[in-house]
Design a protein around this ligand. Sequence first.
Ligand code: BTN
Length: 335
Amino acid sequence: MHKALLKLLADGEFHSGESLGKHLGMSRAAVWKHIQHLQEKGLALESVKGKGYIVAGGLDLLDANTIAEEYKKSVGQGLQHLQVETEMDSTSQQLLRRSAANEDIHGAACFAELQTAGRGRRGRSWQSPFASNLYFSLGWRIQSGVAAVEGLSLAVGVALCEALETFGFCDVQLKWPNDLLYKGKKLGGILLEISGDAAGECDLIIGVGLNVAMPESASQNIDQPWVDVKALAREQKINLPSRNLLAARCLQSLFAMLAKFESLGFAAWQAAWQKRNAHQNTEVQLLMGKQQVNGRVLGVDTSGALLLKTSQGEQSFIGGEISLRAVVSDKKSER
Ligand code: BTN
């Protein structure tokens, strides 16, 4: 996608093909080709005879400099490299590739305006429409194997809730292991992947998808109730922050957590997680492949395992392939 063209259109004003061509140093025909490409990617770009092209309402585009400036406003340390692209297959795939090529991805953050192959947990896809939500991944080097970071994905959820709370948003909850929910609807998801030796030196790739202003057109492909930060802002009478500011606060909160996690372990985030547990004391069903277990949620232990009171007594569960459903109200399948 043409970054400079997007920047010109972001103001929500009319631009003639001629003026766009002049600014970008290309012919009107070339501009038209790029415009068509943007429309194909789902951008609501109108063409009005005699007036030109317009993105009604403008665009809130991500900008690496703005994110970095905002990030630096707090004691932020940890962020080593920030990449913001207009289009990518998957930000997590990008960091996995870089890790596999032996590049240093410790402290790397990679954002995309659009993902063509965004993925979620348990082999699902992640709807990633253009310039509307946040899709990003962080790289973090672990020296002593993944066992040392047990529960980290839950702490990521806590860090994201805390980032949203800095704007005054409240009542964002966590669904074990690491979905962000608001009033039972999915606000965001986290995908943790590993590259390298899981028992020794390896890179963690932390993928985050946060619904900010999901366009209606994309929402038709989502198979479970969802909500976005825009709806939350409307409901809680808070000004919707720009995606750049949201991105910067998420990075501050996540890197602050990551810096401490290896030495403190999940125990330091257990209470914060439980405080936001969407299913505390409710009846749930865990799905593990073909196996199902029913029970009442007691909380999480210091390793991040889910504690259930089942007919067999108290049992704990851990593992990325498990999915949880509330028995009464939340029966629709997971995204
Ligand atoms: C889930 O299934 O709840 C996890 C969703 C994680 C989506 C994010 S978007 C950025 C990163 N890149 C991906 O392909 N997936 C993660």
